[in-house]
Design a protein around this ligand. Structure first.
Ligand code: NAD
Length: 453
């Protein structure tokens, strides 16, 4: 581990990652590797999480390739130094901001989108001219192995390396003096990562989770809302950081909304979802058992079937849930959708405000006034109006949390900025040297200074 770090630092210091050509080449190699290993990747995602080919491409491989394409298209522009107007105090001069790579960055990834969440940050790190060490999640071992193989083929270890292993490996990596740490996972480990980073004053991005609410108002198109919520909730069996965690629905439309949700589930997953080959499974028995403990049989209005052997839980809806129920005490991260009734939007907003800032928030409404309140009064990472999870798709939107749901953002230009230090440079002209700042200070100089600052 230490050897890799020393080698990467030497490689970086030798300037092998800096030029536009180097970065472009690196991104292309990554893209080629992904295409060459497409079948192994899809197999691995099926092994780890039971993801169907369609889902694995849509939510992992396709998004990663799109992120690379976007970076390749915009890289030159991102790298170009940005000119800034010179204030009178610095006259005569030109001013520019240069995006400087940090050096050697560490990317720690989780298991739920094991390919995307290892490689999307890597795209930003490479575009910004860094070397990188990736630590995939040990809970998705098949994907971790494919990643190691793919990266080894595409890059020398002194440029990009995959270090596989469990928590101890992750901890050992965090003891090393990386120049930047990009962590995706739960908040408790996020705090630990930040503590370890503090020892070396290493800057961090923390992509965390939390309970992402959905608010369904009485003006919403209920059938459409239900279909979209069902898609976003049960994708990857609910093991999605921005999955709708719970729904707050206005009482006037509560019953009708629940009906549409159950109908949408049956339409998408059939009457025997555990036999549906497109429906995956829970990552491991610990999470499976945790999720089973959240099920309240008397509140289940749809689903609830489980298969312990295959770690499967059917798409489940719990109605009449209240804030004290276990399912409302932690991020669910599984295929259980609690629905809570609220008297009005005020109640929904107060409920959301009284909880930690969520990673995502979704509002279903046809009223602009509801939208305005939602956008202006509530704090959350990002979200959608009349949809769920689609704000993660475009590379030209920054993605990240706020407060308990994270620090910093990435994707596209935002990734490039995350992995770059903005180096401000004033290029002073030599044809005139204004005397105002120099001693001896005189009244006329003070008067002039006061006009300039
Ligand atoms: P995980 O258990 O795979 O952990 C993530 C990484 O941290 C792994 O590589 C693991 O080895 C490492 N790790 C675990 N414990 C550690 C420790 N004590 N010290 C050092 N490293 C350690 O994944 P997880 O945390 O279960 O992931 C799920 C969480 O991640 C959810 O809360 C989810 O919302 C969040 N998440 C957020 C995003 C996002 O983009 N914001 C994306 C996916 C998941």
């Amino acid at each position: 581990m230490q050897t890799v770090l020393v080698q990467q630092r030497n490689f970086f210091n030798a300037g092998h990652t800096i030029s536009y050509a180097d970065r472009k080449h690196a991104l292309k190699r990554l893209s080629t590797g992904l295409k060459q290993h497409e079948n192994e990747i899809l197999d691995a995602l099926y092994q780890d999480l039971g993801k169907s080919t369609h889902e694995a491409y849509m939510s992992e491989l396709g998004l990663t390739l799109a992120e690379i394409r976007h970076a390749l298209k915009h890289l030159k522009g991102w790298m170009r130094p940005k000119r800034r107007r010179t204030p009178l105090a610095n006259f005569p001069a030109t001013q520019r901001i240069y995006a400087a790579p940090y050096g050697v960055v560490l990317i720690i990834a989780p298991w739920n989108y094991p390919l995307l969440l290892s490689l999307a940050p890597l795209v930003g790190a490479l575009a910004a001219g860094n070397c990188a060490v990736i630590k995939p999640s040990e809970l998705a071992p098949a994907t971790a192995e494919v990643l190691a193989h793919l990266i080894r083929e595409a890059f020398p270890e002194e440029y990009v390396a995959v270090v596989n292993g469990a928590v101890e490996v992750s901890k050992a990596l965090l003891d090393e003096p990386f120049d930047y740490i990009f962590y995706t996972g739960n908040g408790t480990v996020g705090q630990y990562v930040m503590e370890r980073a503090a020892a070396h004053l290493t800057p961090v991005t923390l992509e965390l989770g939390g309970k992402s609410p959905v608010v369904v108002t009485q003006s919403a198109n209920l059938a459409l809302a239900a279909r979209r919520i069902v898609f976003g909730k049960y994708l990857n069996c609910g093991q999605t950081c921005i999955a709708p965690d719970y729904v707050l629905v206005e009482k006037q439309v509560h019953a009708e909304f629940v009906h549409h949700v159950t109908e949408a589930i049956t339409k998408m997953y059939g009457t025997a979802p555990l036999k549906n080959p497109s429906y995956g499974h829970i990552i491991n028995s610990r999470h499976f058992e945790r999720l089973c403990r959240l099920l309240l049989p008397e509140k289940i209005v749809h689903g609830g079937e489980v298969n312990a052997q295959r770690l499967q839980i059917a798409p489940t809806v719990m109605n009449g849930v209240d804030a004290q129920d276990a399912v409302m005490q932690e991020e669910i991260f599984g295929p259980i959708l609690p629905i809570l009734e609220v008297n009005n939007l005020d109640e929904a907003y107060r409920f959301i405000q009284s909880h930690p800032h969520p990673l995502a928030l979704y509002l279903f409404t046809q009223k602009r006034t509801d939208e305005k309140r939602f956008l202006e009064e509530l704090q959350f990472g990002g979200g959608c109006v009349n949809d769920v999870i689609s704000h993660i798709v475009p590379s030209n939107l920054p993605f990240g949390g706020v407060g308990a749901s994270g620090i910093g953002a990435y994707h596209g230009a935002s990734s490039f900025q995350t992995f770059s230090h903005p180096k401000s440079i004033v290029r002073r002209k030599q044809w005139w040297d204004p005397p105002v700042r120099y001693l001896p200070y005189k009244n006329w100089k003070t008067r002039l200074l006061r006009r300039m600052l």
